[in-house]
Design a protein around this ligand. Structure first.
Ligand code: MN
Length: 242
């Protein structure tokens, strides 16, 4: 059984009027959604996505397939909401996070992603991005046309190429990882990663042992660095494995 400690923080930032990010953090689900669309639609979309995942918590052992199905249900609900409420047309959201899933009699991490929010693993002092962004900038990087170091300044850095609410069946990436004692995961919206370089995020994760303190400090630093977007952070520590 995995024993985890976790903490979370979210903030509207210094430029936006509304916080369109949503989060859920309670075993076995840790997730962040970054909504988009005018007239509060982004907030609605991210809340719908998170609600579908939250419904998995407390329902007994999860399989990776349960997570995929919840993501598909969230997508359908967001598409239906957009067609029922014209003022919310075009609503959408990213959705990323990790879940504890049962496989072959053991527990594993399932890391899932749609869009450009991210999951990182911090271990042995190194920050490693586990998810691949579904973004215009990532496509340019993959094509060798953009230096990753310049991605945060790119004018198209906010263009997401996959999201919930944009097509009938978006593909969520999902990968399984073996739990390792001492694992620390960071789930975050782009409000964090657009403001702080990975090296600074890693430094803060190394310095702050308490996950709630680490989450709060990361959000505070993102605001200090500009706070141009909503910022949401979930930190999950694996504290026992038996
Ligand atoms: Mn954002």
């Amino acid at each position: 059984m995995l024993t985890v400690r976790w903490g979370s923080a979210t903030d509207v930032g210094r430029a936006r009027q509304v916080n369109e990010d949503s989060l859920f953090a309670e075993p076995p689900i840790f997730a962040v959604a970054d909504g988009m669309g005018g007239h509060a639609a982004g907030e609605v979309a991210s809340q719908l996505a998170i609600a579908e995942l939250a419904a998995l918590a407390g329902a007994g052992p999860l399989a990776a397939e349960d997570v995929c199905q919840a993501i598909a249900r969230a997508n359908h609900r967001i598409l239906a909401t957009g067609s029922e409420r014209p003022e919310w047309a075009g609503l959408g959201t990213t959705l990323t996070g990790l879940a504890v899933v049962e496989l072959a009699g053991g527990q594993h991490w399932a890391v899932f992603n749609v869009g450009d929010s991210r999951v990182y693993r911090f271990a042995d002092g190194l920050l490693n991005q586990l998810t691949t962004d579904h973004s215009a900038v990532q496509e340019l990087i993959d094509a060798g046309l953009l230096d990753p170091a310049r991605a945060r300044q790119h004018p198209r850095r906010n263009v997401v190429t996959r999201s919930l609410g944009s097509e009938p069946e978006p593909l969520a990436d999902l990968e399984l990882y073996e739990p390792v004692l001492g694992d620390r995961f960071l789930v975050c919206s782009d409000g964090l990663t657009n403001e702080l370089p990975d090296v600074e995020i890693g430094r803060l994760l190394a310095a702050l042992a308490d996950p709630a303190e680490a989450a709060a400090e990361l959000v505070r630093r993102a605001n200090q660095a500009g706070g141009r977007d909503n910022t949401t952070v979930v930190v999950v520590d694996l504290t026992a494995l038996d």
